[in-house]
Design a protein around this ligand. Sequence first.
Ligand SMILES: Nc1nc2c(c(=O)[nH]1)N[C@H]1C(S)=C(S)[C@@H](COP(=O)(O)O)O[C@H]1N2
Ligand SMILES: [Mo]
Length: 161
Amino acid sequence: MADPVLLTIDGDVDSPLKLTFADFEGIDAAFQIEDVSQIDPNRHGKAVTLAGMLVLVQAKPAAKYLGLHSSTDDFHASIPLEPVRERGLFIYAVNDQPLDVRQGGPIRFFIPDFAACHTDEIDECANVKFVDHVELTSDKGYDNRPLDDDEHEALHRDAPE
Ligand SMILES: Nc1nc2c(c(=O)[nH]1)N[C@H]1C(S)=C(S)[C@@H](COP(=O)(O)O)O[C@H]1N2
Ligand SMILES: [Mo]
């Protein structure tokens, strides 16, 4: 059987992509971070940079928002692209194995230096786990991140461990 597609990237791009684990491993070393713990000691694994991904899909100048969608638990964020362009990461492997679901795998979006939850458009909540679809858009897209402490608490209470 063919390897499953882990991430689809489309929207305002000239070259949409569907990536399997092997595709992630094959991405140019210039677009890879070998060891995410060098950037954030609390995070581990190997990542492809958002900047690299934007080159691969040939993002159009019209792309202003980064949509991060998880169909696994119906969690969605849409954040301004410019401030995260050079620091966003897609973590996909630990010890050369696909990222475990407990760490947000198979693919986890991660912004080092995120703001505290719901204090900013680019907050910790935008570190979308099990992200399977990235859509670049000219306007803000669908976003169902928690808006306040109560919603946030409810989300964490219901989250599978
Ligand atoms: N798919 C998905 N991603 C998600 C969430 C979620 O509920 N589902 N919660 C978000 C929130 S609100 C926070 S604060 C962080 C928590 O990341 P952690 O579980 O690694 O601490 O993940 C974010 N990513
Ligand atoms: Mo959060």
